[in-house]
Design a protein around this ligand. Structure first.
Ligand code: ADP
Length: 640
C-alpha cells in the first residue's frame, strides 16, 4: 500500500511502528523489498526536487540544484533523462565538404538511420574501388602490352605501369573521404542521454577536432573524420548535468550559454595551435536540458548571465541535508539499503537488525534531533563496506556486527588521525592525570566535519612587558581568535575582578593536533575559563571538557559539531562535558557514551565557571560576583 512506503514481500506491525527503527516493517531480509523500476521513484526524500524534476522533464526546462554533495543531485538528473521521450532521439553525421574541407557538413537523421547511411556509403565506396581497380588493371595491361609488343620497350612499360598504379591509388583516397562519420549514434539507446560534464575540459564538453600530424601531402585524415562530439552534443534531446558549475572556466560558461540559446553548436579544434583549430563544422544540434548543481557558494560564484539564463527558463531547487524521522521514512531507508545492495550486485542482502543499525547511523549523522541524514552517498558507502565485510566473513546475510565493523573501518582520515592521537596521548598522558590545574582547560574541536578531538588550552598571566598595555600572546595560528576571546572575557573580568588586564600579558597555548581543523570560535569559553582561572589563581577541574562560543555579555552561544565533540571528550576519559544550552537538541551520541559522560548544558559563563572551577570560598565569591553583573550591567563596557 502507499502508506507503507515500500513494496514487495513486506508487512507492517502498526503497534511497533513508532518505536521501531525499521518503522514496524516486517521482512526476512532486504531482498523482500521491491526496488522501484523508475529511477525517479528510487529517490529518498527530496520531495521538492523530485517534483520539479518531473515537471521540468515534461516542460523541457532547465534545473538548478543547490545542496550538499551526495544528496542525490546527479541521481535526480539521471532520473530526469529516463523521463524524456526516446522517440525524438537523433543520429548526427559529419560529411566531407567538397567546397571547403575545413567546414565539414552536418546532417541529422532519426536514431538508427545513421548506421545505415554510413554502411551504404561504405558499400558504395567499396564497389567504386573494385570498379576502379578493375579499370586500372585493364589499362596497365593495355599499356604494358603495347610497350612490349609494339614498341619493344620493356623499361618504358614498367615505368608506365607504376605511374598508372600511383595515379589510381592517390585518387582512390578521394572516394574514401566521401564516407561520412557517424558523430552521434543513438541506435541502441533505450533512454534519452544523460551526460555528466562535471569537471570536463573544454574539448570534452564542447566537442573537438583532433590534430592531424600529416597536414599535407595527400596523407592527411580528412578533416570531417577528425571531428569528435562533446558532452553538449551527446546530450542532445537528453540531460546535461554539470556539478560544481562555478569551477567551469568563464569562457566555457559563455559557450555553454550560447549553446543553450541556439540549441546548436559548431565543433572546432579547442587547442589553438593544432591543425584542428582550422576546422569548424556546420552547427551540430545540442538541444539538451541543463541540470546545473553546486553548493550555495558555488551558485554565487557562477557566471551571473548563465545563472539567470537557467533560472529564467527553468527552476531552482534546494536539496535537503536531512529529513524528518518518521516510521514511513525509516521504511524507505530500509528500501534504500535494498537499492544499494542491488545496484552493487555483489553484496549479501541485509538482516533486519543490520538495517536497524544503519538507520540508527542515519539518525546520528543527521546531527539534528528527530531527523535522518540525506547524505546518502556516504551512507551507501557504509552499506557497501558492511556488505563486503559480510561476504569476506562468509555470511549469507549482512549482520548487525558487520555494520558495526564497517563503521569502525570507514572512519574518515581525520577520525583515524584523531583516534591515533588519543591513543598516543594516553601513553604519555598530557591529559587528565591531575584532578585539577590552574589555567588549564580541556577544549573540544572538530576536524574534517565528523571527528571530534579534545585539545587542552593553557593560559598564563604575567606582568606586562610593555609600559603602555598588556598584550596577548597565542601559539599557533590562533592569535586572532585568542585575541577576540580574551577581549570578550576582559570586558567581563573588568566588572568583577580587581586585577587590571591592561597591566598584564596573557599567554595562551593551544595544544594543536596538527594543521588547521580547530574551529576557533567554539573554543572561546575555553579560553575565557583558562584566563580567569590563571588570573584568579583558581584551579580548573580536569575531568571536564567544554565547548561554546562567548558573547561580550557573557552569554554562551551555540557551536557546531557537539555530538562529535562530546564523544571525543568521553573517549579521552572525561566524566563531564559543558555544551551550550542552545545545542541541547543536537546531541545524538552513541549509546555506549551515554553512561560514560554527563552532559551539562549552560547559557552563561558564570555557569561554566561554577562547574569548572574548584575550591569553594574563592570560587563561590567569583561566581557570585559574575552572576551579579550578568546581562545589562555589561553593556557599554566592551571598549577597553
Ligand atoms: P550528488 O550528485 O548530490 O553529489 P549523487 O546523486 O551522485 O549525489 O548520489 C550518489 C549516490 O548516493 C547515488 O547514486 C545513490 O546511490 C545515493 N543517493 C544519494 N542521494 C540519494 C537519495 N536522495 N535517494 C536515494 N539514493 C541517494
Amino acid at each position: 500500500g502507499s502508506d507503507v512506503g515500500v513494496e514487495g514481500d513486506v508487512s507492517i506491525n502498526e503497534e511497533d511502528a513508532e518505536d521501531d527503527l525499521l518503522g514496524g516493517l516486517k521482512i526476512g531480509d532486504t531482498s523482500d523489498i521491491k526496488v522501484p523500476d523508475r529511477l525517479v521513484d528510487q529517490v529518498i526524500g527530496q520531495e521538492a526536487a523530485r517534483e520539479i524534476v518531473m515537471r521540468a522533464a515534461k516542460q523541457h526546462r532547465h534545473v538548478m540544484m543547490i545542496g550538499s554533495p551526495g544528496t542525490g543531485k546527479s541521481l535526480l538528473a539521471k532520473a530526469m533523462s529516463h523521463l524524456l521521450p526516446k522517440e525524438s532521439l537523433q543520429d548526427v553525421l559529419v560529411y566531407h565538404n567538397p567546397d571547403d574541407s575545413n567546414e565539414p557538413k552536418v546532417r541529422t537523421v532519426p536514431a538508427g538511420k545513421g548506421e545505415q547511411i554510413v554502411e551504404a556509403h561504405q558499400e558504395e565506396a567499396r564497389k567504386r574501388n573494385q570498379m576502379r581497380s578493375f579499370l586500372m588493371w585493364i589499362i596497365i595491361l593495355l599499356v604494358v602490352g603495347y610497350a612490349l609488343l609494339m614498341a619493344r620497350q620493356p623499361l618504358l612499360g614498367i615505368i608506365a605501369a607504376g605511374a598508372i598504379y600511383l595515379v589510381f591509388r592517390y585518387s582512390n583516397r578521394g572516394s574514401d573521404a566521401m564516407v561520412p562519420k557517424l558523430l552521434i549514434n543513438n541506435a541502441d539507446r533505450q533512454v534519452a542521454p544523460f551526460e555528466d560534464a562535471t569537471g570536463a575540459h573544454a574539448g570534452a564538453m564542447l566537442g573537438d577536432v583532433r590534430h592531424d600530424p600529416f597536414q599535407s601531402g595527400g596523407m592527411e585524415t580528412p578533416s570531417h573524420d577528425r571531428v569528435e562530439a562533446g558532452s553538449i552534443q551527446k546530450a542532445n534531446k537528453g540531460v546535461l548535468f554539470i556539478d560544481e558549475i562555478n569551477t567551469l572556466d568563464v569562457r566555457s560558461q559563455q559557450k555553454l550559454m550560447t549553446a543553450i540559446q541556439e540549441g546548436e553548436f559548431s565543433i572546432t579544434g579547442q587547442s589553438e595551435r593544432s591543425s584542428g583549430a582550422m576546422v569548424q563544422t556546420e552547427p551540430v544540434p545540442c538541444d539538451f536540458i541543463m541540470v546545473a548543481a553546486g553548493n550555495m557558494d558555488a551558485m554565487e560564484n557562477m557566471h551571473p548571465a548563465l545563472r539567470s539564463r537557467i533560472k529564467g527558463y527553468g527552476y531552482e531547487v534546494y536539496m535537503d541535508d536531512t529529513i524528518e524521522d518518521t516510521p514511513e521514512m525509516r521504511r524507505k531507508y530500509a528500501r534504500f539499503v535494498a537499492q544499494e545492495v542491488e545496484k552493487d550486485g555483489n553484496l549479501p542482502h541485509f538482516h533486519p537488525e543490520a538495517v536497524r543499525e544503519l538507520i540508527l547511523e542515519a539518525k546520528r549523522r543527521a546531527g539534528r534531533k528527530d531527523h535522518l541524514t540525506l547524505k546518502l552517498r556516504d551512507l551507501g558507502g557504509l552499506v557497501r563496506v558492511a556488505g563486503d565485510i559480510a561476504r569476506s566473513e562468509g555470511h549469507d546475510l549482512t549482520q548487525r556486527e558487520d555494520v558495526l565493523e564497517a563503521k569502525k573501518r570507514s572512519r574518515s582520515i581525520e577520525q583515524q588521525f584523531v583516534d591515533n592521537y588519543i591513543e598516543r596521548r594516553k601513553d604519555y598522558e598530557l591529559g587528565t592525570s591531575n584532578e585539577e590545574a590552574v589555567g588549564r582547560v580541556n577544549g573540544l574541536a572538530v576536524m574534517g566535519g565528523d571527528s571530534g578531538i579534545m585539545l587542552p588550552v593553557m593560559a598564563e598571566i604575567t606582568p606586562a612587558q610593555s609600559q603602555e598595555e598588556g598584550r596577548i600572546y597565542a601559539t599557533g595560528q590562533l592569535q586572532e581568535m585568542a585575541e577576540e576571546a580574551v577581549e570578550n572575557v576582559s570586558a567581563i573580568i573588568k566588572k568583577f575582578s580587581d586585577e587590571n588586564m591592561s597591566e598584564k600579558d596573557t599567554h595562551i597555548q593551544f595544544v594543536q593536533a596538527g594543521e588547521g581543523g580547530v574551529d576557533g570560535d567554539s573554543a572561546s569559553i575555553t579560553v575565557a575559563t583558562a584566563v580567569i582561572s590563571a588570573l584568579e589563581d583558581i584551579p580548573v577541574a580536569q575531568d571536564l571538557a567544554m565547548t561554546g562560543s562567548l558573547s561580550v555579555r557573557g552569554d554562551v552561544l551555540p557551536v557546531g559539531g557537539v555530538t562529535h565533540k562530546i564523544e571525543a571528550a568521553a573517549k579521552a576519559g572525561c566524566k563531564r562535558v559543558i555544551i551550550p544550552k542552545a545545542n541541547e537538541n543536537d546531541v545524538m551520541i552513541e549509546d555506549e557514551y551515554e553512561e560514560q559522560i554527563e552532559i551539562i548544558p549552560v547559557s552563561h559563563i558564570s555557569e561554566v565557571l561554577d562547574v569548572a572551577l574548584v575550591g569553594e570560598p574563592e570560587k563561590d565569591s567569583l561566581v557570585d560576583r559574575l552572576k551579579s553583573i550578568t546581562g545589562k550591567a555589561l553593556e557599554g563596557s566592551t571598549d577597553s
